[in-house]
Write a protein that binds this ligand. Structure first.
Ligand code: XMP
Ligand code: MG
Length: 185
């Protein structure tokens, strides 16, 4: 689905990652995931973090050839300062019982690390066989809490990005590429 190429609006500085690069990278990640989990007995539990991961989840899961189940959770972090102290709250839990399953958390972007470290801890406490992470974007310069990423799409600089599920105040979420926002004055 490469037909629609929305032009850059005047709040966007540039395209950081174009649609074709995204598509190629997601295919590579899917291959790595297919290989890593090829011998598991139960289906792989994919748990997407709403809302930002929904497009990455759709593309990644459709490239998986191993048996898998798609599920989602919703999280809230207590504002910017709170998030950096790791204060995260579960708003909506998974439908599936994760116990006894290998879990792969599917996240749009790793920033401070508070969301993922909270989720890894929470899911590890549920009798899962393993908990690993697939993260589409990583901002290494923003990390506060160390988190291990097994499947990483792209490293990006410390700029606010939108598109491919990511938003700024709910705007630009469905752009097919990743674009850098011009900061508000
Ligand atoms: P933490 O700090 O928990 O943050 O690793 C992860 C969450 O922060 C949000 N985030 C962004 N969202 N563009 C976005 O649309 C960005 O550049 C950005 N940086 C961080 C996002 O919600 C992610 O789940
Ligand atoms: Mg998010």
């Amino acid at each position: 689905m490469n037909a629609v190429k929305p032009p850059l609006t005047d709040d966007l500085a540039r395209v950081l990652i174009d649609e074709d690069s995204i598509s190629r990278r997601v295919s590579e990640l899917a291959e790595e995931i297919n290989e890593k989990y090829k011998d598991i007995e139960e289906p792989l539990m994919l748990v997407g973090v709403l809302k930002g991961s929904f497009i990455f989840m759709a593309d990644l899961s459709r490239r998986l050839t191993i048996p898998h189940v798609v599920d989602f959770i919703a999280i809230s972090s207590y504002g910017k300062k709170g998030a950096e102290r790791g204060e995260v709250r579960l708003l909506m839990d998974t439908r599936e019982n994760l116990a006894g399953h290998h879990v792969l958390i599917v996240e749009d972007i790793l920033d401070s690390g508070s969301t993922l470290s909270y989720l890894i801890k929470t899911f590890n406490a549920r009798g899962t066989k393993s908990v690993e992470t697939a993260v589409f974007l990583d901002k290494p310069s923003r990390h506060v809490i160390p988190v291990e990423i097994q499947f990483r799409g792209f490293e990006i600089p410390d700029v606010w990005v939108v598109g491919y599920g990511l938003d700024y105040k709910e705007r630009h979420r469905t752009l097919p590429y990743i674009a850098e926002m011009i900061p508000e004055k």
